[in-house]
Design a protein around this ligand. Structure first.
Ligand code: ADP
Length: 395
């Protein structure tokens, strides 16, 4: 009997599919980009032949096209045994992954106000696969759910309490699927159980967040009501003084323009004036481009400050873990960040940092470091596939 698991990840203008076998091995993956735009396109990973998509292809049409391409390539012959969907915002309703039914669809839709760019497209993906595979169990796995264990002292803002009561204004946190994977992988590598493992997990991709995990549970995290809060990111500012809004208003800048700038024109891109891509920034900085060097400095300094802040939630620390495209690959970012944390007892081994950190796992701390420092490649698709398999079997 077919036991494949399909993982669906709908972004605002993209769709990623991954197909796993029953042994958690990835069989195939594919991606459609620039959806709902004039130049939509798609491809199966490892295949040079692009898949033709009509102009303004939507998420549903893209899903149909990619599933057909999987079938034509004999990567998939029948319906998968379960389908896992990444859903960005589960609000306070979802504390873990769930089997999707009509009430779950309605609840995800209710959370859409908190993630207007993401939840509606996540729902489009769910609708498309429910239509195409009506007999297959479908599971929603949320980016926010893992952080639902935060205590009020960590999730409430110092605002009038009616903001929380009436409008659900609080810190939710994101990248939960990745941080959950980190504590499980760190525990495995350290020979411990996740329930007894406490780590600080730094997910550094285009979006960046850091989470304190105590005995397997998220207890504090840097992203908040939206994924704008916290660390410096590719194009997002992270923390700023909210007084900026009023000040810019007096300068004639409209609120929606500030919002756009903070999300899309700030962070590494804003400071460097060149790019949001850390690899390119490192090259520019090495060639003497000072704004790029400054962008890296600010990125690492903010990150180091947050590592210190995350310590406040923990009673012991088993490891600091780096992941995401930057965390897994940038020796320079890891080195610069930890250079600010000597007082806390962190110390990197330059050789280990160099040998182990390139898209591979490894321990990179010096033997005299007070805490282990790990580089672990993230695998959010695998977490979604595992959850889909587990909940489908239990259904
Ligand atoms: P996303 O959040 O979109 O999934 P990734 O996790 O792939 O993004 O991370 C993208 C970031 O990782 C980019 O800033 C990219 O420059 C950076 N990155 C990838 N490889 C390297 C490298 N070798 N050195 C430095 N940065 C890298």
């Amino acid at each position: 009997m077919n036991q494949s698991i399909l993982v669906v990840n709908c972004g605002s203008s993209s769709l990623k599919l991954a197909l796993f076998d029953e042994n958690e091995k990835k069989i195939a993956s594919a991606m459609a980009e620039r959806l709902n735009q004039a130049d939509s396109f798609a491809h199966i990973d490892g295949d040079n032949q692009p898949i033709a998509l009509p102009t303004n292809t939507n998420h549903k049409q893209a899903l149909q096209a990619l599933v057909s391409a999987f079938k034509e390539g004999r990567l998939m012959s029948e319906a998968p045994s379960s389908i896992g969907h990444r859903v960005v915002h589960g609000g306070e309703t979802f504390r873990e992954a769930v089997l999707i039914d009509d009430s779950v669809v309605a609840a995800i839709s209710n959370c859409a106000g908190l993630a207007p760019l993401h939840n509606p497209v996540n729902l489009a993906g769910i609708e498309a696969t429910r239509e195409q595979f009506p007999d297959t169990p479908q599971i929603a796995v949320f980016d926010t759910a893992y952080h639902q264990t935060l205590a009020p002292r960590a999730f409430l803002y110092a605002l009038p309490e009616a903001y929380y009561r009436d409008w659900a204004v609080r810190r939710y946190g994101f990248h939960g699927i990745s941080h959950f994977f980190m504590v499980n992988e760190a525990a495995r590598r350290l020979g411990k159980t996740p329930e007894t493992t406490s780590i600080i997990s730094a997910h550094l991709g285009n979006g960046c967040s850091i989470t304190a995990i105590k005995d397997g549970l998220s207890v504090d995290t840097s992203m908040g009501l939206t994924p704008l809060e916290g660390l410096v990111m590719g194009t997002r500012s992270g923390d700023i003084d909210p007084g900026l809004f009023e000040y810019l208003r007096t300068r004639g800048v409209a609120l929606e323009d500030v919002h756009k700038v903070l999300n899309h024109e700030s962070g590494l891109l804003g400071i460097s004036g060149q790019t949001n891509d850390m690899r390119t920034l490192c090259e520019l900085a090495n060639n003497g481009h000072e704004p790029s060097a400054l962008a890296i400095e600010i990125f690492c300094f903010r990150l180091a400050k947050y590592v210190g802040a995350m310590m406040a939630s923990l009673s012991h620390l088993d490891a600091l873990v780096f992941t995401g495209g930057i965390g897994e690959n940038s020796l320079q970012v890891r080195e610069k960040t930890l250079s600010h944390l000597k007082l806390l007892g962190f110390n990197l081994d330059a050789n280990n940092n160099d040998c182990h950190g390139r898209r591979t796992e490894g321990r990179i701390e010096h033997s005299n470091s007070r805490f282990p420092v790990l580089v672990i490649p993230t695998n959010e698709e695998l977490v979604i596939a595992r959850e889909a398999k587990r909940l489908a079997q239990a259904s």
